[in-house]
Design a protein around this ligand. Sequence first.
Ligand SMILES: Nc1ncnc2c1ncn2[C@@H]1O[C@H](COP(=O)(O)OP(=O)(O)OP(=O)(O)O)[C@@H](O)[C@H]1O
Ligand SMILES: [Mg+2]
Length: 227
Amino acid sequence: MSLHLTDVTLTYPDGDGRLTALDRVTLDVPRGSVTAVVGPSGSGKSSLLAVAATLITPDAGTVTVDGADTTGMSRGELADLRRRRIGIVFQQPNLLPSLTAAEQLQVMAHIDGRGHRAARDRALELLGAVGLADQAGRRPHQLSGGQRQRVNIARALMNDPGVLLVDEPTSALDHERGAAVIRLITRLTHERGTATVLVTHDHAQLAAADRVTEVRDGRLSLAATAG
Ligand SMILES: Nc1ncnc2c1ncn2[C@@H]1O[C@H](COP(=O)(O)OP(=O)(O)OP(=O)(O)O)[C@@H](O)[C@H]1O
Ligand SMILES: [Mg+2]
């Protein structure tokens, strides 16, 4: 239950040349801890998450998820690894409008081939863990922005991932709701032992992290040790 990026370089095509989005990035995220990633717009934060999520294969370097080196894995193997071991929370919740909060989570288990009853029980347990036990039957339009984001986080935890990757989860929320979402992510990380990476540009959120790293022009540095 850990995440290791070693010497990762990622480039994108850019006109005649290549743009270096990540430049020999090394990052170790132990289980049960939150590493916050900060940095200016365009510095490479989302690229870092996409590589950690195995959604993009880097030009060089290795990504190891729960002890498994992903180098050379087929697309099918990577999809399987993501489904079983990696929870991803994008900035926008991307909930399906016609499904209730509980059903948003159950879909994940269905993909994983789990039984209906077990999936329902797990969905309700996780909605309880994010403080939405009473809202399990509601559809996205009946939920607030903060509640939708909490469904999004619960959904990412549905298959009990060892790695949790979160990209700016609070940018659509006011300060108080944003802080509550960050506290929730921190609590779930410690309770469930996930290796969590949290991208944010809200410095008020950094105190909740176990470590803070900064990306600038694709390079990573340890910014500070948070409380
Ligand atoms: N698919 C792509 N093709 C080409 N260039 C890209 C692509 N995605 C990102 N980039 C470039 O790579 C660099 C890093 O982008 P990235 O999205 O990782 O930044 P970010 O730190 O997440 O920024 P923000 O805070 O605005 O979300 C930027 O210069 C961006 O323009
Ligand atoms: Mg980004």
